[in-house]
Design a protein around this ligand. Structure first.
Ligand SMILES: [Zn+2]
Length: 121
């Protein structure tokens, strides 16, 4: 047994381990340290990921409520983040289509978009 100090800076607890490679006192500390590392070194990616999930939730809510056409302004008011987009593809009518989770967002004019479910296997 070797006495060690947990490498999670928020913990710093002493712990014993037979494994020389073990740096954290628990799986929780290991996960927390990884989370903090990503927040610090990949802040933009973490923000985008969070924004995309919020966007997905907004679109799923709207579709569930039966709103398949909505203004871009309304989406903005609801907190939709247009910067958290992947590059859109063009459909057969040359409209831009963005994908958020299993929902497609077709930009049909400068002010409006249509929402539709993307079929998954
Ligand atoms: Zn710990």
């Amino acid at each position: 047994m070797e006495l060690k100090i947990c490498a999670n800076t928020l913990c710093n607890s002493a712990f014993e381990s037979k494994n020389a490679k073990k740096k954290f006192c628990s799986i929780r500390c290991k996960n927390q340290a990884a989370y903090m590392y990503n927040q610090k070194h990949y802040a933009w990616e973490a923000k985008m990921k969070k924004s995309r999930w919020k966007n997905i939730q907004i679109l799923e809510y709207l579709l569930m409520q039966g709103h398949s056409k909505i203004s871009l302004e309304q989406l903005k008011i609801m907190g939709f983040d247009f910067t958290a987009a992947h590059i859109p593809h063009k459909d057969e009518n040359n409209f831009q289509v963005f994908q958020y989770g299993n929902i497609g967002m077709r930009i049909v004019s400068k002010t409006d978009c249509e929402l539709f479910n993307i079929k998954t296997k």
